[in-house]
Write a protein that binds this ligand. Structure first.
Ligand code: ZN
Length: 304
């Protein structure tokens, strides 16, 4: 009986009751990338606790399977990943090491965000090592088209409603706010980039192909001779010629690439090397999904 225990003990009992009440629960979400973390935070609001595995300033194709990542996954209620085999080298071993049945592939606690989008560059023909480290399911860097980010936000919201139905109204309302901000922002980004329509660029990897498609930039080549294969002197010479022939404006590298690989292409052709963030957290200031595009648009339009 409550009257027979100390006031402190009674408070502890009451605190325990509140702590276990569903309205106070938060969904523990682990995402593979910072982009997915930003989108999950935007729609999850105060009902989710979000952490991520791959830092936005590092290459998401290669992540060391650290025990600390397994610990994160061991206590997750929901895992959100990019899919399309981007994380194929590191997420499956982390998930099996974590041993958390709630978030294994095929459960409601596991969400591949790529379900929401239409892939580009799906390869046909035989996929073997002669084609480099090709993306077999198509280009997985789809979060760099803001409309795909919007679709992924809708997918995550639906899954949050499924795993945490009590807070459905809150998720719906957060998504509506996100949608409204996206609509305003997308109009601003489109008008800022409109003068660049048709501009030729060279990428390092196929990372910015969705961005280029969304804003009418023309990707004419890649610093990598094949996906995942480092540049060779002959390929660099070929790119100088290609850059000259197409009046390439920018050679775009990511923060984790060696910009020196792109230097000779730019200096040989009159193009300029630009470092763009490819993910939230990729460069200072790209702190959420909106600021990622704010940063990309600022760098592309100012050339610095
Ligand atoms: Zn890739």
């Amino acid at each position: 009986m409550l009257s027979n225990i100390s006031p402190a003990r009674a408070l502890l009992v009451l605190a325990g009751l509140f702590a276990s009440a569903p309205a106070f629960a938060t969904v523990n979400v682990v995402t593979t990338t910072q982009d997915l973390a930003a989108l999950t935070q935007a729609v999850g609001g105060s009902n989710v606790k979000v952490s991520w595995i791959a830092r936005g300033d590092l290459d998401p194709h290669f992540v060391d399977a650290k025990p600390s990542y397994m610990l994160k996954l061991a206590s997750a209620d929901l895992v959100v990943c990019v899919g399309m085999e981007l994380e194929v080298g590191w997420l499956p071993p982390l998930l099996s090491g974590a041993g958390n049945p709630k978030v294994q592939s095929g459960t409601s606690g596991y969400l591949e965000a790529s379900q929401a989008i239409t892939p580009i560059e799906v390869p046909d023909g035989t996929i073997d090592r002669s084609r480099g480290d090709i993306h077999p399911a198509g280009n997985p860097h789809y979060w760099l088209d803001p409309e795909n980010g919007r679709k992924v936000a809708h997918l995550i919201e639906a899954r949050l409603e499924q795993v945490d139905p009590q807070n459905a109204a809150s998720y719906k309302s957060n998504l509506a706010t996100f949608d409204a901000t996206m609509t305003t922002k997308e109009a601003a980004w489109a008008s800022a980039l409109a003068p660049m329509k048709g501009s030729a660029i060279i990428g390092y990897h196929s990372t910015f192909d969705y961005l280029a498609k969304a804003y009418g930039l023309n990707v004419v080549g890649f610093v990598e001779p094949k996906p995942g294969i480092p540049p060779t002197p002959q390929h660099t010479l070929d790119l100088v010629a290609l850059a000259k022939a197409n009046s390439v404006k920018y050679v775009i590298v990511e923060p984790f690439h060696n910009a020196a690989d792109a230097g000779p292409i730019a200096s040989g052709s009159g193009a300029k090397v630009l470092t763009l963030p490819s993910s939230v957290g990729g460069l200072t200031g790209a702190d959420d999904y909106f600021k990622l595009f704010d940063t990309i648009v600022r760098i592309l339009t100012t050339g610095a």
